[in-house]
Design a protein around this ligand. Structure first.
Ligand code: URA
Length: 268
């Protein structure tokens, strides 16, 4: 439930949560935040009133072994399998970061692994954690609908995965060490699925796949990038569209861009 991404938080955010989100955005180098239902003055006042340390909670650390262990850096993590099924099995048993402790299920992917398009989101929300499938909540249903408007059937042509495979508590933003621990799975998934095109929804997926961590979503969208030779379009997260319908036109124009790339790549 980041301002431009993530799933339903299940109600209005408290001031503390909103301040924490804004601060996380700034710490990640965001140059732009979307103020949904809040004035610029209100947002600034929240940021200046709360002491920085007090509102950025440290990663949840509990007495259990998984939570106490820091997220493993990709440098020291075991090598990832070359086979898709082995990769999935490894992810399903993953304890690389603290999120393993609170999850109900690992959310690896949905859709055919020979899909033409791969959509990359942020992280599972409550519905996804419950079902083990990405994008099954309101945002997911909206995504399915929007993809269908450019002739892309989720069931037949789309493979979906997230930057994080486990739900962050309370749907908070992914933390940098969680992304570092989990993103090798996504990268290997992309290598193995080798889609004709990638669609990154939301700033976490967009920044990760473009490698441009300080660039705002607004500046990443509207153009075709390349992820290791695979055409990549970055756009708004569907959850953000549900909150800000004004962005739907931009999203749709990004889908047109994507559709054009895929048509150029050969056939519907
Ligand atoms: N939001 C995401 O980014 N991914 C999901 O799977 C669900 C909601």
């Amino acid at each position: 439930m980041s301002p431009d991404g993530g799933e339903e938080a299940g109600g209005a955010m408290s001031r503390e949560e909103a301040a924490r989100l804004l601060r996380q955005r700034l710490e990640m180098g965001a140059t732009e935040v979307f103020l949904d239902g809040m004035t610029r003055a209100e947002a600034l006042s929240m940021l200046t009133r709360a002491p920085r340390r007090a509102t950025v909670p440290p990663p949840a650390v509990s007495a259990t072994p998984v939570a106490a262990r820091p997220a493993t850096s990709s440098a020291s993590a075991p090598a990832l399998p070359e086979e898709y099924d082995d990769l999935r099995a490894m992810a399903m048993a993953c304890t690389r970061c603290r999120l393993a402790e609170g999850r109900t299920q690992v959310v690896f992917s949905d859709g055919p692994s020979q899909a033409r398009l791969m959509v990359v989101g942020e992280a599972p929300g409550a519905n996804e954690d419950e079902t083990g499938l990405p994008f099954v909540g309101a945002a997911g249903k909206y995504l399915d609908l929007l993809l269908a408007t450019v002739g892309l059937s989720r069931a037949e042509s789309v493979y979906i995965a997230n930057v994080l495979k486990c739900r962050p508590p309370g749907n908070r933003n992914p933390l940098p060490d969680e992304i570092e621990a989990c993103s090798p799975f996504l990268r290997r998934q992309i290598d193995l699925v080798r889609p004709e095109a990638l669609l990154a929804v939301g700033s976490f997926a967009g920044q990760l796949l473009t490698g441009r961590e300080r660039v705002s979503l607004g500046d990443l969208r509207g153009t075709v990038h390349s992820y290791h030779g695979v055409p990549l379009v970055v756009t708004y997260h569907p959850a953000a569209l549900l909150r800000n319908p004004n962005w739907t036109r931009a999203f749709w124009s990004d889908l047109q861009l994507l559709r054009g790339v895929m048509d150029g790549a050969g056939g519907a």
